[in-house]
Ligand binder design. Structure first.
Ligand code: GTR
Length: 422
């Protein structure tokens, strides 16, 4: 009798587990990506000052996207473009990246070399010097550009802000790597353009003496004087100035792309310069795509301490005071609407807060919907290695560590194919 009962109990238990299993599997798929527990534990141990636990993210309220400073509700794309977008752009200049000075300068382009037989005949390589002149001082930004041969028409382009060494974007192609897979980009019909961020401004605190700051800054620095990210973004726009003059390039289809600090820069470049048809933020994190109010991984206080030159001085006041900041990063992504924005994360790169980056995109959607009301993403993150997109917005979280890889590039180019209708 006892035995029969316990067998029945075991059978009941097994069938219960079996019946629950699909629900568990299903809910995992629906809930999508979660930070790997071992990575959470490891980072929490090695960096105890930072939060990597989802449960410890504080409750927060994001600033309103669609209410103007004087309290008017915005419900159409025209009012967004005329009233609310300029307000938010100003808030970011004032509080985060700083303002470009109005100092006059001259600019010229020089094609230093042109090789029609690059990449074994697949592309033409143009090496272009963009020279900036002001009051007798000059600065040169080198733009390297591979254009696919035999396209028979103007081609779309990816402009990469290279924040790594020149060997990561070698125009001679003696050194190749996944960060700038120029051959793959060209084979998919895109021009591959790249410039070194350090040509525009050095990536260290030099009291803004060198680079473009040294050339264009006048007088005392103010709280909203531009930082180095704004300077790099300005450099991306000078590259765009050249690209619009190049008859091989479809200037209405230029995507600006950056990784990490370059990703922050790509977003700000597209916010400031509406000629960019698409912005790609690869693992940009704090000061980029990730919501500051979550205080997950890198924080405003930390980034200003480690990189005092990246942002404007006014940004410092929002360290440990995120809830008072008049913007959060969903508003930066919204500034790119109705143009395309693609945000990426890597599963082990919790410093750059994958979930905070996705939520930022998700919370920018009301603006994208003013232009295309079918734009809609789930409030849950997609599973690992499963890109999602809707309208002109898209996102993926790749497995692995902080980096820009061919795997990322392929999904990014899939999105660009859709946006540019290739
Ligand atoms: C880190 C920084 C991040 C990110 C990264 C990078 O040290 O904390 O915000 O930008 O550098 O650019 O690789």
């Amino acid at each position: 009798m006892e035995k029969k009962r316990s067998t029945a109990a075991v059978i009941f238990l097994i069938s219960l587990v079996l019946s629950l299993l699909p629900a568990v599997v299903l809910s995992q798929a629906v809930q999508g990506w979660k930070a790997p527990q071992d990575v959470v534990e490891k980072l929490s141990k090695s960096q105890p000052r930072y939060n990597y636990y989802e449960e410890k993210v504080p409750a927060y309220t994001l600033p309103e996207l669609l209410v103007t400073l004087d309290g008017k509700k915005i419900d159409n794309s025209d009012a967004w473009t005329r009233i609310r977008r300029p307000e938010i752009l100003e808030l970011f200049r004032e509080n985060v990246y700083g303002r470009v000075p109005e100092t006059p300068y001259e600019k010229s382009f020089r094609i230093v070399s042109e090789n029609r037989n690059a990449m074994g005949g697949a592309a033409t390589l143009k090496e272009v010097d963009i020279e900036i002149l002001s009051e007798g001082k000059s600065l040169t930004i080198r733009l390297n550009l591979f254009v696919p041969n035999n396209a028979g028409k103007k081609v779309p382009a990816f402009l990469v802000i290279n924040n790594r060494g020149t060997d990561q974007a070698d125009p001679s192609r003696k050194i190749k790597n996944e960060f700038w897979p120029a051959e793959e980009i060209v084979s998919r019909g895109y021009a591959a353009a790249v410039f070194q961020n350090s040509d525009v401004d050095p990536d260290n605190f030099d009291d803004f003496k060198n680079g473009i700051h040294g050339l264009l800054d006048r007088g005392e620095r103010k709280g909203d004087s531009w930082g180095t990210i704004a300077a790099w973004a300005w450099g991306a726009s000078r590259c765009m100035d050249y690209l619009v003059t190049d008859s091989d390039i479809d200037a209405g289809k230029v995507a600006v792309l950056g990784h990490s600090r370059g990703g922050k820069t790509a977003l700000w470049a597209a916010a400031e310069d509406q000629r960019f048809a698409m912005a790609v933020s690869n693992e940009s994190g704090c000061g980029g795509a990730a919501l500051a109010r979550r205080k997950f991984g890198e924080t405003i206080e930390t980034i200003n301490r480690a990189f005092p030159h990246w942002f404007c001085r006014n940004y410092v006041q929002w360290g440990n005071n995120e809830d008072s900041m008049p913007v959060d990063m969903h508003m930066l992504l919204a500034l790119i609407a109705p143009r395309a924005v693609y945000v990426t994360s890597a599963s082990e790169d919790l410093w750059a807060d994958p979930r905070g980056s996705y939520l930022s995109l998700y919370n920018s959607l009301p603006v994208f919907r003013l232009f295309d009301r079918n734009t809609s993403l789930s409030d849950q993150m997609p599973p690992l290695n499963s890109p999602v997109n809707s309208g002109n917005t898209g996102y993926h979280v790749r497995d692995g560590v902080h980096n820009l890889l061919v795997k990322d590039w392929n999904w990014i180019m899939d999105m660009a194919d859709k946006v540019f209708r290739l």
